[in-house]
Write a protein that binds this ligand. Structure first.
Ligand code: CO8
Length: 267
């Protein structure tokens, strides 16, 4: 794997833990970090020994592990952007963000503190969000005279509904972990020291299922989301057919009928 300045990657038991690490800036996303994320995710997607990616934030400069997931896009980089540079920055982020959303591996954001602006947005590009109980979510962009530009106006409305998304974006009010859970922005809230264990336990449960089937289910959910229901269900039927042509389908159903554990190996 490549070497990175702003990321750490650890792989064990088919789980990649990808840690955004810019301690001096509370893990704010600058261009270099976005490019490194893109490189890391491209390399991960090509590996058959990684089934789930857990994205998290590294400690701040004082070593506090639960201060910040990602405190946004890097304001010091954006301050002098022209309109063209801002657009290029947004498009630069959209490539790794779409990878998180669409790659065959499942992506889990383990949100360990501030998830502000681009931090909230990158968590929303992941399939699942698990938050520590001290996490804070917000889209503070309108207070800076800009709008969310890493997909926030789109993904937040899709996750929590248009009314809540508009309230968060228009007021910049932050949402604590309990409220984020209540409105469906996160899947689970746990004590900070349980965050990585919980994310890994969910990853292991997902890995214990048919990995190819999970990746096809992910594609079906993503692709169907913006389709009309008739075409979406037809697309699902086609993908269901694809999963019926696999080793795992034969093995999974035979094992059930023979009352033994299935040995699912497709990916
Ligand atoms: N960018 C750059 N540096 C940051 C950022 C950031 N987003 N957030 C924190 N930092 C830096 C601080 O400047 C500070 O640096 P230094 O020690 O050198 O002064 C260091 O991190 C520590 O931060 P604080 O001293 O401020 O720590 P506090 O505990 O006092 O406060 C906060 C923590 C509340 C998180 C505070 O740092 C803060 O409000 N940060 C900014 C949060 C924010 O507004 N985020 C949204 C940014 S805009 C965005 O994400 C847009 C995304 C879409 C872009 C699309 C472009 C096309």
């Amino acid at each position: 794997m490549s070497d990175f300045n702003n990321l750490k990657l650890e792989v064990a038991e088919e789980i990649a833990v990808l840690t955004i690490s810019r301690p001096a800036a509370l893990n704010a996303l600058n261009s270099e970090t976005l490019d490194e994320l893109n490189t890391a995710l491209t390399e991960i997607e090509a590996r058959d020994d990684i089934k789930v990616v857990i994205l998290t934030g590294g400690p701040d400069k004082k070593g506090n592990e639960f201060k910040s997931f990602v405190a946004g896009a890097d304001i010091s980089e954006m301050v002098n952007f022209t309109a063209a540079e801002a657009r290029a920055f947004g498009m630069r982020a959209s490539v790794p963000f779409f990878k998180l959303m669409n790659m065959r591996q499942v992506t889990i954001a383990a949100v360990n503190g501030f998830a502000l602006g681009g931090g909230c947005e990158i968590s929303m590009a992941c399939d699942i969000r698990i938050a520590s109980d001290n996490a804070t979510f917000a889209q503070p962009e309108t207070g800076l005279g800009i709008i969310p530009g890493f997909g926030g106006t789109q993904r937040l409305a899709r996750l929590v509904g248009m009314g809540r998304a508009k309230e968060m974006i228009f007021t910049c009010d932050s949402v604590d972990a309990a409220e984020a859970y209540r409105i469906g922005l996160v899947n689970k809230v746990v004590a900070p020291e349980e965050l990585m264990n919980t994310a890994k336990a969910m990853a292991k449960k997902i890995i214990s299922k048919g990995s190819y089937a999970v990746s096809v289910a992910k594609a079906a959910i993503n692709n169907g989301y913006d389709m009309d229901i008739k075409n979406a269900v037809e697309m699902e039927a086609n993908l269901f057919g694809v999963t019926c042509s696999t080793h795992d389908k034969t093995e999974g159903m035979t094992a059930f009928l023979e009352r033994r554990a299935a040995d699912l190996t497709d990916f």
